[in-house]
Ligand binder design. Structure first.
Ligand SMILES: [Zn+2]
Length: 504
């Protein structure tokens, strides 16, 4: 059988590309045999300069960005595949220019807390991923002996909870468990991450038991009021947990620590002070904490429930201040989705909220019994761009603010997220030798989030109906176009790889 002569290179160019953190014009040459970038020029070189059959596209004035690395998603397969799965979750990622996702160790069954559990997950993921996928391991009571094995198998880091995780198979860790994990991982090339919420030892708060709204730990107001839920998980839960973790950091001074989904701005000075003392700790925040505020959340709209909670507008501004003013030495290094979906019935939405699911009984939107988690994988770039445009007054005309905003997005969602998971020599930049993972971004187009643009399994997200600014026109994975807004996914099928090279 004759095979077509496939050109060995492809070329993409634009008057605007973010290369090594800087907005510039660029021509990027890609090897189609290795999927790597083989040359980058800082101008738009015309197609005529390349062999006649070379696939060549000048995307000007759309922006060439490195594919985003979303370092925090829950894909839930195997075990809760009705919540999400590798196929749908990674397709949603590709739609939004995300070319790498890192899957969290909980909500799948089994959780990724043992080497055997990881192997089950790899089997489940095989052949279903539209983008590259890496994996975190989990720390739970009694699994310290598994951690070194998981490092060997290529997990990108570990996560533990200091408060109820919401699922029985992933219990919270106490001080002794953390100390054991730190001892095991002290000199391993990995990152130890925490869901940093903890009920302070002395508190008038009803604490995490309020989640189940069981008496006598009764919430302080109506269960469908967002303010009641917010009051039940105050900022002190985060600051208390972070202080506790920081007090143990000396046990493993070489181990990188990380706080996932930081919400409370009050935690920032604590982390800054720890970093000044030499503690290796970073934090991430999420698209929702930077774009949603408690004042706007309607009663019963549990699409907004996540833990830690979305806080006030003032708190949102505080997180932005940290990103803005401390770009170089800030504590928040990355922005991620924490995509954490469930089936729509578990959100218990009342019938007037989009995403409502008819369970046969009238739902009240009880914030305490609804599942906590926000669906947004693949929406992050336009969410961030919409918010940046509003805050900076960005206009479609090129100016210094737009340039800085594009560079900031790449730092927070590509370069630094890649570094967070040990992929900084391969992902997160458009540089010679890197994977040719490319997001073609139209920074002026506006569009409305609707079910047809939410490719994750369950179309239930607080962003539904919102007009977002910035549209991903195409996504390239290792030198091949895998998605275009015009032609969708084509007929090639999932080409994502599982990222299992051990961190160094
Ligand atoms: Zn999460």
């Amino acid at each position: 059988m004759a095979t077509a002569n496939i050109p060995s290179i492809a070329v993409v160019a634009s008057s605007r590309a973010v290369i090594s953190g800087r907005l510039t014009s660029a021509t990027v040459v890609i090897s189609r045999t290795t999927g790597k970038i083989t040359a980058v020029f800082d101008s738009v070189i015309p197609a005529s300069e390349f062999p006649a059959d070379t696939p060549y596209t000048d995307y000007s004035p759309n922006v060439l960005l490195p594919g985003l690395v979303d370092a925090h998603v829950h894909l839930n397969e195997p075990g809760r595949t009705e919540w999400e799965g590798f196929y749908t979750g990674t397709q949603a990622a590709a739609f939004g220019g995300v070319t790498t996702v890192i899957d969290m160790p909980l909500n799948a069954i089994p959780p990724t807390t043992t080497v055997a559990g990881l192997k089950e997950k790899l089997d489940a993921a095989s052949g279903k991923c539209w983008v590259d996928v890496g994996f975190y391991g989990g720390i739970i009571p009694g699994n310290a002996h598994e951690l070194k094995g998981l490092v060997q198998e290529g997990v990108r880091g570990f996560k533990g909870f200091l408060i109820d995780s919401g699922v029985d198979e992933f219990p919270a860790v106490g001080q002794k468990d953390i100390q054991k994990a730190m001892a095991e991982l002290a000199d391993e090339p990995t990152t130890l991450m925490f869901h940093a919420e903890m009920v302070p030892p002395i508190t008038k708060s009803v604490g995490d038991e309020a989640q189940s709204s069981d008496p006598p730990a009764a919430p302080t107001g109506p269960l469908e009021a967002y303010s009641t839920f917010l009051d039940s998980r105050p900022s002190e839960f985060e600051t208390c947990a972070i202080e506790s973790i920081m007090s143990m950091a000396h046990l493993a001074p070489n181990l990188q620590l990380h706080i996932v989904h930081l919400s409370a701005m009050e935690a920032i000075p604590i982390l800054r002070e720890a970093r000044a003392r030499g503690v290796k700790v970073t934090a991430e925040t999420c698209f929702h904490y930077l774009s949603l505020a408690s004042e706007q959340i309607r009663d019963g709209d549990t699409r907004h429930k996540c833990c830690p909670p979305i806080r006030s507008q003032l708190n949102q501004d505080g997180l932005w201040d940290e990103l803005e003013q401390h770009a170089g030495d800030g504590v928040i290094k990355t922005v991620v989705s924490d995509h954490s979906p469930c089936t729509p019935n578990l959100k218990q939405l009342p019938s007037h909220i989009p995403g409502y699911f008819d369970t046969g009984k009238e739902e009240t939107g009880d914030f305490f019994s609804a599942w906590g988690g926000i669906s947004s994988v693949g929406l992050g770039l336009p969410i961030l761009w919409t918010e940046l445009s509003r805050r900076k007054g960005l206009t479609p005309n090129e100016d210094e603010n737009t340039k800085k905003a594009l560079q900031d997005v790449v730092r927070l969602c590509c370069a630094n997220t890649a570094a967070q998971v040990g992929l900084e020599t391969r992902k997160g930049d458009l540089r010679v030798g890197f994977d040719a993972d490319i997001c073609v971004f139209d920074d002026s187009a506006e569009w409305v989030v609707e079910p047809s643009t939410m490719l994750f399994r369950n179309k239930c997200s607080p962003y539904q109906g919102r007009t977002l600014r910035g549209m991903v026109r195409e996504t390239w994975l290792r030198g091949e176009r895998i998605f275009s807004r015009e032609n969708n996914f084509g007929d090639k099928g999932p080409a994502g790889k599982l990222l299992l090279e051990k961190r160094v």
